[in-house]
Ligand binder design. Structure first.
Ligand code: SAM
Length: 214
């Protein structure tokens, strides 16, 4: 650890002890991957047209896309290859991609420009905060989460993006009849995903039963 990072860690710990800072458990570790020249140029030249910023707050999708097409939101699109293929194949849908890894966002924008994609906007930010602060309730037709980081050690399971609270926020953002499409190749993660979906469904049933009872 360098002297500088040691100093920063001390300040964070101190702030935590004083109750001024709450460390968040995040589903990612910010990698300091370098941008290629192409990714850097793609970001500089196209962010204005294709990028969305967390600090701008809640979006009005019709305003963002200049049309009222259904919206698919993809969380953690990696380098964006499959997202671009989908956006190209289905121009009658609008796509919003959310990814924290800047080189991935740069690569995705670069591909989008090469393919002349017009129905795609991107956030470079934590999807949890984007869902909470930028996406209106009942505005999405589909949410896609493909092969999220498995955090396979038990002590790291709390870092998995799929938790009961996450499923609940997806439910809020989906329109009635919307689809939440998840994929993983980790058996244990798949089982946990199913459990979280099941308990969200049970909560919904309880909620509606209570409303009917009144
Ligand atoms: C294992 S990769 C999968 C990438 C891609 N979906 C695929 O199937 O190849 C998981 C991705 O999710 C991103 N990610 C993790 N947590 C995230 C979050 N909270 N918000 C946005 N992206 C996140 C990571 O940066 C990473 O690119």
């Amino acid at each position: 650890m360098t002297e500088k990072t040691e100093r920063i860690h001390k300040t964070i710990e101190q702030a935590e002890q004083e109750g001024k800072y709450i460390r968040k458990v995040r589903s990612f570790v910010k990698r300091e991957g370098r941008l290629t020249k192409g990714q850097e140029r793609a970001l500089a030249e196209n962010w204005q047209a294709m990028g969305l910023n967390h600090n701008d707050g809640m979006i009005d999708p019709k305003n963002v896309f200049k049309n009222a097409q259904p919206i698919v939101l993809e969380i953690g699109f990696g380098m964006g290859k499959s997202l671009i293929e989908m956006a190209k194949k289905v121009p009658e849908l609008n796509f919003i991609g959310v990814e924290v890894h800047k080189p991935g966002v740069g690569a995705c924008i670069s591909l989008a420009v090469d393919e002349g994609i017009m129905n795609l906007k991107l956030y470079e930010h934590d999807a949890i905060e984007i869902l909470a602060n930028c996406i209106p309730d009942q505005s999405l037709t589909t949410v896609q989460l493909f092969f999220p980081d498995p955090w396979h050690k038990k002590k790291h399971h709390k870092r998995r993006i799929v938790q009961a609270s996450f499923v609940e926020s997806i439910r809020q953002k989906l329109k009635i009849g919307g689809v939440f499409h998840m994929a993983t190749d980790w058996q244990n993660y798949a089982e946990c995903m199913l459990e979280d979906m099941q308990s969200s469904l049970q909560r919904m049933i309880m909620y509606h039963a209570l409303i009917l009872a009144h």
